[in-house]
Design a protein around this ligand. Sequence first.
Ligand code: SAH
Ligand code: SF4
Ligand code: F3S
Length: 450
Amino acid sequence: MAQTGPEKKKLFIKTWGCQMNVYDSKRMADILSPLGYQETDAPENADMMILNTCHIREKATDKVFSELGRLREHKEEREKTGGKVMIAVAGCVAQAEGDFILERAPYVDMVFGPQTYHELPEMVLKANGNQRVVNTDFPSISKFDLLPDEHKSQGVSAFLSIQEGCDKFCTFCVVPYTRGAEYSRTVAEILHEAHKLAENGAKEITLLGQNVNAFHGEGPDGKIWGLARLIRAVAQIEEIRRIRYTTSHPRDMDDDLITAHGDIEKLMPFLHLPVQSGSDKILKAMNRKHTADDYRNVIEKLRAARPDIAFSSDYIIGFPGETDQDFEDSLKLARDVGYASCYSFKFSARPGTPAANMQNLVHDKIASERLTRFQSLINEQQIAFNQNTVGKTMGVLFDRRGKKEGQLLGRSPYNQSVHAFANDRMMNQIIDIEITGGFENSLTGKVMTI
Ligand code: SAH
Ligand code: SF4
Ligand code: F3S
């Protein structure tokens, strides 16, 4: 008898938050694929809808609940014609809010956290039997041991999670609670996945972790490897032409890793290195365990190792106790470093974190004013950095079509978006492009003719 595959069903996943959530969403699709689920961009046609959520700042949770309201309408509409449509809340809001989501949104079928999504097949079975599922434990066996070996292609630029969780407990941050304790995958496992991604067309790999440079995975020699050694091994994979890693903590930027920036050509000259504040008093209250000068030193060493390296960062503005002088110290640090780009966020009190109970709050109006000032400094720096690349020739990895006919869109080594008119053959290739225009958020360029 002819074998028939599983019934085809449609899966809609919406992802918020960091790149680790992007990676997790792709892996959820990999797990659900053998059950017959194929991804769709249209929630109204979906048989399963997953919201992969982020808990890092307040508005994120509100967005989840308003999105759930929309998904509910699709579910009710489609269920009128029979069949079951499932709604799942995954990720860090699911981890933090658990049962509360089921209470507040009775049409939600499954709630599961970042460390339990490998159990999706069992959860789907239960939910199909009309049991609502909450699965927010931190299992003793890592999900990585249980994820399927098959990966759908991530395209030419791929993410690979090498490390999970965080033990740093910065006083403002939910990550140690939502992602759990720090855990590094083994080198063998990571290299296996990197080879798979390369076979599926990846030329750029971004190694991911909430504290990626705290990586300390077991190597094939039984010894513990740091990130620098791992990067050297990934760089041996011929098809992989570019390597990036994110997010790093300044305290874990060891000399090996700094040296790696100088001698591994495939390691891109761009590093996201969050500092959070330029004031030592605030850094201490944040439990960052480094000073502003420690950060300056790390930047200096990296620049000595790789003179063309550029940086981005994260700053929190208006942390409890931040005075005008503390804020000026943040502006000064940003001026001293000179960023290619930088994120800045107004402090948001997260329930359950130590900073949520701090008393000396900064008035919202003052925090907003400071944020505006900080962001205008960063905009200036970003435009200056982008304009400074005009006239230079850089390798651009094209991975998308541009809005205009005949235009391709790709990334420079510094992760800048570059638009250029280019032959379709150049898609998924690294092409030398002469930069002709530098703007706030992107560059234009032209293909070098030889
Ligand atoms: N692991 C990374 C980043 C984690 S979260 C690191 O160690 O830096 C991403 C960014 O969100 C942080 O760098 C921080 O700037 C911001 N963030 C985290 N918690 C926040 C809060 N409670 N309020 C405002 N911004 C926050
Ligand atoms: Fe959060 Fe700090 Fe850990 Fe980064 S290092 S994830 S900011 S606790
Ligand atoms: Fe957000 Fe969780 Fe990532 S809180 S930033 S999705 S680890």
